[in-house]
Design a protein around this ligand. Sequence first.
Ligand code: EAX
Length: 321
Amino acid sequence: MKRSLITLALLASGIVSAQAQTVIKIGYATSAASHYGVGSTAFCDDVEKGTQGRYKCQQFPSSALGGEREMIEAVQLGTLDFVNTSTGPVGNFVPEVKIVDIPFLFRDYDHARKVMDGPIGQDILTKFPSKGLMALSWTENGFRHMTNNKRAINKPEDASGLKMRTMENKVHMDGYRAFGIQPTPMAFPEVFGALQQGTVDGQENPIPVILASKFSQVQKHLSLTGHVYSPALIITSPRFMNKLSDADKKVFYEAAKHATVAQRKKVNDDENSGIAQLEKEGMTVVRKVDGAAFRGALRDTYANYAKEFGADNIKKIQDVK
Ligand code: EAX
């Protein structure tokens, strides 16, 4: 009798903690303090609040769960719940994503964000479920710039002959070949070591990644080529989403929207203060590259993109004002 009373009392006082709590895992490439960390934390905080603590995140920053391709595979398999990833390897899973990886497709951040948040970007999100994936929102990695240890890059001729690590992304690689670069696809966790050992001469990434990954320790030259916009996504699986009540689904979608805003703001902040920071860390920066020459070098490659993706579809993106 006494014992059952105590049990009752414990249950009564612990009613909230007695409620089941599900821990969800989310992984990303860079540190917790980076843009991916800021976006993922906004997502996690909102999920936890919106579900009154029934869902809680465990974050795996700094590629702790492997490269982006591996994390996407893990989400597909169900061993990871969420990944906040660049589109780098995503087109290998969902081909409709590839069009947004075309170099020099977007004029600037406003243009890119408008396309991703508008009908074109939102339509791409509908292509994920048939591949065992579900993309909740477009987050952001940023415009990519080249770094290397050989020379300052002002125009394609300067980049020509450089061995450069790229993402596992054919659309990028085709473009970079047109600049004369020797693209070397490699998973992100290996990049720092490859730069340090000189396996490659350079790499290309947005300012937030260059900062967070301390590439200034192993790279001398930075050129603000902005040669391609690197979108990112919060990806989960239909398997995960289908378990949720409608109300919880809404919480996750809203949380992902908040992640987008927070992550983009961090990209803006890093763009504003990061270049001076990288100079302070010893990098030599070319701020004004010959953008027209880089675009011109892509003429034939663009004809191939038009064949693959449809000239109309490319133009539709370019025409978004
Ligand atoms: O998404 O692989 C890359 O260069 C990505 O930009 C990085 O992992 C962040």
